[in-house]
Write a protein that binds this ligand. Sequence first.
Ligand code: ADP
Ligand code: MG
Length: 322
Amino acid sequence: DDIIVKIAAGEVISGTYNVVKELIENSIDAGADKIRVEIIDGGKSKIVVEDNGDGMSLEEMRIAVKPHTTSKIDKFDDLYSINSFGFRGEALASISEISRMSISSKKENDLTGYEIFYIGGKEVEVKEVTKNKGTKIEVNDLFFNIPARRKFLKSSSSESRKVTDIVEKFILSENIDFEYIRNGKEIYKFYKNDKHTDKIITLFPELKLEDLIEINQNIGWGSIKGFISNPKTTRGNRSAQIFFVNKRYVKEGDLFSVFERSYGEMLDKGRHPYGVLFINVLPDNVDVNVHPQKLEVKFSDQNIIMKDMKNILRENLVEKTK
Ligand code: ADP
Ligand code: MG
């Protein structure tokens, strides 16, 4: 019944950053090349994700909010979407159950858009709206109807930090216009064709362009691309070491240690390099669906991939710091 539905929804959504992540993934899946994310109070009072993707008709919006409905069945074979969705067809349904949510959306060729308001999963109002193609989802007062869970949300500043972390990962991995607003203040604004290096030095203001070493190497099982810091600039930490496997952000222990070991004696004791690395492997070589929420990844030949990665980074470091 209702309580069970809400508890289940609470399992899918653990904090404000989950909501933001699911909504951004939906926008990307809808083909958006422009996304605007806004949060207030770390997302506890308000989360807004707006895109210029394909949009939905009124009927499609209502279906989208029903549990276990997805329009993406045909994409489940696609590696990227398998990666992205921990909870297939459950995000919108769950979010609507545990918040005051509104969806407004318009498809390119529809004459008008619609906005539907939900309170705790119940549709309370629907109206026509004038808007451009795309979708805007607003999530207010997360867990307002499950006080026991609301209590477990962290402080606004720590929820906020987690949301910002997630947003930064999408900024790095997606080549789209991206705007991020926190408590009414614009934190990031990037454009589709901004250089990766510009994004990196904006996200890590302590880095300068000349601190970055480009990695761009193909290898039998795939490729490694991105930027790592010059051994002289190694005051980073593990949150400054960001890895994507087939475009999906992962947090995999082996990658951190291999990355640091590639610096060898160039790394002073206690220091940590920066890195933003995109590791692309042929689908047969990776199982990225190990645990979608824990961001783990498993390579079918972990040893070979790790060894190659270490060598590639090492060679680039030696070559480019001569
Ligand atoms: P899933 O993404 O796993 O399909 P969700 O609950 O996140 O499940 O979304 C349900 C459905 O709602 C999606 O399959 C999609 O059809 C639709 N949808 C959600 N967000 C958007 C969006 N921003 N633009 C267009 N369609 C969307
Ligand atoms: Mg989704």
